[in-house]
Design a protein around this ligand. Structure first.
Ligand SMILES: Nc1ncnc2c1ncn2[C@@H]1O[C@H](COP(=O)(O)OP(=O)(O)O)[C@@H](O)[C@H]1O
Ligand SMILES: [Mg+2]
Length: 370
């Protein structure tokens, strides 16, 4: 059978780098063919963080330059991936690019979300049709524009024999609740911070971009009062549909909460932030998916041993990685954006109204022809 190749590009709120995956959709389920990861150069990472992080005003010039620079970088990742896989551009139907979120504001008076990384450049440099700007169409249809991965999770991971909940722990964490009864709707939402606050906190004290294996957090103790202060935030008890970003769960957010309390040892804060992530995920599952029979984890948070151990302690359900279902946990989102691009190319809806709150299912994204 002839292959049906799509590329998925994902760079999330962790601002760690770009995941580029090549997938073959000619079978019943997509198959991973090759994968390339490009960490962000430090300069670009700083630019993204300063534009998106803390409500800073930015110049349009800076935004314009970053949009071009990211477009070039995404294109370069695709070309490297194709070289690595020994596949020609003509063989690829389309690229799905999430883009780099600079600001996500789905609940304001005039809701908006901004992803940078000019798709015209990706299409021009690779010679491959590029689909991008997925989220704004869902917002236009009255949705949150997020999370968009649950529709893909449904295709890839839903089972007829067990209720599954997918937990994606990126910068922000999100759930997809997949009932085994196909008459029941798939639901999902952002639970709150995943790794973003832990990444920020360790970066303040050590020369690491993340807490490798959760080792530093493992040296600390949960600070009950800080945990309560953090969990009191209204986001956690707000009803779904809901989505959030690092402009909300920012360094400022944390600094403001910590300032209310006496001095706390830095490692204890790290452990408490890890507990914030796991308790808010666990409580969301207990409240909205109590019939879960299998939890599947993906996203970079799966590598944090302290975090996974804490989740296992908080939840009685069996917990495994998406790897057990054939998708590496670091590749789920890139595969999701390849899938979303294919939906758009085929004229099929990409959002789930029950998840995002949109008035109806819509075809997402803009198509930038090769
Ligand atoms: N070995 C590790 N130990 C602990 N945390 C890790 C490890 N590897 C990755 N991570 C975490 O995963 C994050 C990247 O996850 P990712 O799924 O790419 O998130 P996003 O979709 O937001 O980019 C890193 O910023 C880091 O917090
Ligand atoms: Mg990432």
């Amino acid at each position: 059978m002839s292959k049906e190749y799509y590329i998925g590009l994902m760079s999330g709120t962790s601002v760690d780098g770009i995941d580029a995956g090549l997938y073959d959709f000619s079978g019943k389920l997509p198959l991973a063919v090759d994968f390339y990861y490009q960490p962000f150069p430090e300069k670009i990472k700083k630019q993204i963080q300063s534009l998106s992080g803390d409500h800073q005003s930015i110049s349009l010039y800076d935004y314009g330059e970053l949009d071009t620079e990211l477009g070039l970088l995404y294109a370069q990742c695709c070309l490297t991936l194709l070289r690595q896989a020994n596949i020609k551009a003509e063989q690829v139907k389309a690229i799905g690019n999430h883009g780099q979120t600079l600001y996500h504001s789905p609940s304001s008076k005039y809701p908006f979300t901004i992803q940078a990384g000019n798709p015209n450049i990706i299409s021009q440099k690779t010679g491959i049709t590029t689909v991008a700007d997925f989220r704004r169409r869902d917002i236009a249809a009255g949705g949150q524009g997020a999370p968009l991965v649950p529709a893909f999770h449904q295709t890839m991971f839903r089972s007829d024999i067990e209720n599954r909940t997918i937990v994606n722990i990126g910068g922000i964490a999100n759930l997809s609740i997949l009932p085994k009864d196909s008459n029941q709707p798939v639901t999902g939402f952002d639970t709150g911070p995943g790794n973003t606050l832990m990444d920020y906190w360790i970066g303040r004290y050590k020369s690491s971009v993340y807490d490798t294996d959760g080792a530093w957090a493992a040296n600390g103790k949960v600070h009950a009062e800080l945990l309560k202060t953090l969990k009191d935030d209204a986001y956690f008890s707000a009803p779904a549909p809901k989505s959030t970003g690092t402009e909300y769960f920012s360094a400022d957010w944390l600094t403001e909460k910590i300032a209310k309390l006496p001095q706390i040892a830095a490692a204890d804060v790290q452990r408490t932030l890890c507990q914030l992530t796991t308790e808010t995920i666990a409580e969301a599952i207990q409240s909205f998916a109590p019939a879960t029979e299998q939890i599947l984890l993906c996203g970079g948070g799966v590598h944090n041993k302290t975090l996974v151990a804490s989740l296992k302690q908080l939840l009685k359900f069996p917990i495994a990685s998406t790897e057990t279902q054939g998708v590496h946990p670091d590749q789920v989102e890139a595969m999701a954006f390849a899938w979303l691009a294919r939906q758009t190319i085929l004229g099929l809806n990409g959002n789930l109204p029950e998840v995002t709150g949109a008035a109806k299912g819509v075809i997402l994204g803009g198509i930038y022809q090769a």
